[in-house]
Design a protein around this ligand. Structure first.
Ligand SMILES: NC(=O)c1ccc[n+]([C@@H]2O[C@H](COP(=O)([O-])OP(=O)(O)OC[C@H]3O[C@@H](n4cnc5c(N)ncnc54)[C@H](OP(=O)(O)O)[C@@H]3O)[C@@H](O)[C@H]2O)c1
Length: 238
């Protein structure tokens, strides 16, 4: 059965968001792909899926932008069955340690990567509640957000952003615990070749997007299982 899917941060053809869009479209789903700026790759993809792909502009750092987009989508479909909060940012200082790190960059990063997914969830909640198949929200996290496994002395902004996203996920999981129609998880997606800087990463974004799609579907109604999982489905330490 076809579902309505919203994926954030989808404009870069080599990155995870775009490849998740491709996989859900190939699976026959109706996809709302959110971007901040025009994406030639998505425009090209839309030629193959003119009725199934809607490219929408949404800056998840802005409540106004997210709320406006939710209204725009609500005018097109009555429900949302899956939201994948994939968009992320990091500062230019990500590889620096404390003495060299401009700490004023941390709050804007957290505003995108941790508050942004909550903004999206809040704005799209009426549509999620209308899902006939049971809605799922997937927050794309990272091993870098695990406090228990933290070994780095850098990644200050990114690690804090993902740890905060994990906390947001667990808090929302508690909030929705008695709602059989809504589940939320966060996932460490693995190390993926999503940019030229990580060409040594083992996972191909297009191939891996299908692994993740299958994993997400297996967790839609699993409210008793682990909330923070890795791409193999195993629990990951908070
Ligand atoms: N790649 C890996 O190995 C790896 C490992 C662990 C976790 N992850 C996680 O997996 C997800 C995808 O990773 P990736 O490497 O594919 O990411 P990416 O290439 O950095 O893409 C992130 C996307 O988020 C968008 N974005 C940034 N700020 C935004 C905002 N304020 N509003 C809306 N969109 C915004 C960017 O838009 P623009 O194109 O306009 O800048 C970009 O398209 C991320 O959550 C990442 O943390 C990745």
């Amino acid at each position: 059965m076809s579902q309505n899917v919203l994926i954030t941060g989808t404009g870069r053809p080599y990155a995870l968001g775009f490849n998740l869009v491709r996989r859900y479209l190939e699976h026959g789903d109706r996809v709302f792909a959110s971007i901040r700026r025009p994406s030639e790759a998505l425009e090209e993809l839309k030629k193959s899926y003119p009725d199934m792909l809607s490219v929408i502009t949404m800056d998840i750092s802005s409540t106004e932008s997210v709320n406006a987009t939710a209204q725009e989508v609500a005018a097109m479909v009555p429900c949302m069955d899956l939201i994948i909060n994939n968009a992320v940012t990091a500062s230019a200082d990500i590889l620096k340690e404390l003495p060299d790190f401009d700490l004023d960059q941390v709050a804007p990063v957290i505003n995108v990567g941790a508050v942004g997914p909550l903004r999206v969830l809040k704005a799209f909640l009426p549509l999620l509640k209308n899902s006939a198949i049971g809605a799922l929200v997937v927050n794309i996290s990272s091993e870098a957000g695990s406090i228990g496994r933290c070994y780095r002395t850098c990644y200050i902004d990114y690690g804090m952003e993902k740890a905060a996203l994990n906390m947001a996920t667990m808090t929302m999981h508690n909030y929705f615990k008695d709602d059989p129609n809504l589940n939320i998880i966060c996932v460490h997606p693995g190390w993926i070749r999503t940019n030229p800087g990580n060409s040594e990463a083992p996972l191909d974004p297009y191939e891996h997007a299908e692994t993740l799609r299958t994993l997400f579907e297996s967790r839609r109604h699993d409210k008793e299982g682990p909330v923070f999982i890795t791409y193999t489905g195993e629990p990951y330490p908070w």
